[in-house]
Write a protein that binds this ligand. Structure first.
Ligand code: MN
Length: 323
């Protein structure tokens, strides 16, 4: 899988590694692990992200500092790698103009339809996570180079991108990767999982309470919607990041095949679509100018909450009315 990318990467002296905006466990985990791998093999690295790292993942930055990119400083790098996203705009404003530097760009990712700006890439849509791919990079090169830090970083991405090993993206290879990471990293799953999941502030749980009240079922109880408004954020002194993971609740209702979580932002509504059936939410989101995976996708909507729910349901209806 990495036979072309490994020698390419190791031919450079100094590489900048980018993870996508609004970073999650998978992009940060793969970014940190990839930097540690490059450093172990003599490549100088810097890790870049445009946004702040969420509190529950901050501990990963102790393994590798993550900096805000500054365009003028990027000249000194020989190449750049983008992880967990396959289009430059996913990595922020600085990354979007990186082609101006004329340096080779590489990518490791598991989302469909990659951009064509990359010199070499590994793009596997059937991988559970980018961290599972980076694990494969280690495994193909020298598995003994996995240490406690890189193992924990990759484990975070596999756990968070698979909903703790619940999604159908989990294959025997995913479990083998996780098992090997536990072995080489010499840690127990709870060490990592508690940091990632059991660090919620009370106000976030209050916000969840308000959101749960909004759940409604559509199309023969097969589609669930749930939303959060600006007023709810105000009432609970919370912000956008506090809705992380909320989308799992409407999806956990008996008989629900897919769900949409809607979040009222400044001037638009953010839609998160999830499926646990044949309903392809990537297709669904694309009709709303968004996209993602078959089972998890996102889009934006201009308008009010009521219209957003009505529209998104009527667009999705086309997909399962023939079932
Ligand atoms: Mn991912």
């Amino acid at each position: 899988m990495f036979e072309k990318l490994i020698p390419e990467l190791l031919s450079h002296k100094k590489i900048g590694v980018f993870s996508h905006v609004r970073p999650d466990g998978d992009c940060l985990g793969s970014q940190v692990a990839l930097c540690l791998w490059l450093q172990k093999n003599g490549v100088d690295t810097s890790a870049f992200n445009e946004d702040e790292v969420n509190k529950n993942l901050e501990w990963l930055t102790e393994f590798k500092k993550i900096e805000k990119p500054d365009f003028s400083g990027l000249k000194e790098f020989d190449a750049f790698v983008f992880v967990d996203g396959n289009a430059l705009h996913r990595f922020g404003d600085t990354a979007e103009k990186i082609t101006e530097l004329g340096k080779p760009l590489y990518m490791i990712d598991h989302h469909p339809q990659p951009d064509e700006v990359f010199k070499e890439f590994v793009s596997k849509t059937d991988a559970s996570s980018t961290c599972e791919l980076v694990y494969n990079l280690f495994a193909e090169h020298d598995i003994g180079q996995i240490n406690e830090q890189s193992a924990k970083a990759m484990y975070v991405g596999i756990v968070t991108d698979t909903g703790s090993f619940q999604f159908d993206s989990v294959k025997p290879g995913t479990m083998k990767a996780a098992a090997t990471l536990l072995e080489y990293g010499n840690f127990t799953p709870d060490e990592v999982v508690q940091k990632v999941y059991s660090s919620k502030p009370m106000k976030q749980i209050k916000l969840l309470g308000l959101a749960l009240e909004t759940i409604s079922l559509h199309e023969n109880q097969q589609i669930a919607t749930m939303y959060v408004t600006k007023a709810m954020f105000q009432k609970t002194a919370t912000s956008n990041e506090d809705t992380e993971g909320f989308v799992a609740y409407p999806l956990s209702i008996e008989g629900v095949k897919a769900c949409i979580f809607l979040r009222e932002d400044e001037d638009r509504i953010k839609l998160s679509l999830r499926s646990q059936s044949d309903i392809d939410v990537n297709e669904w989101a694309r009709e709303l100018n968004g996209g993602g995976h078959k089972k998890a996708a996102g889009a934006w909507y201009k308008g009010n909450m009521e219209e957003a729910i009505e529209d998104v349901i009527s667009i999705g209806r086309k997909q399962w009315i023939n079932d």
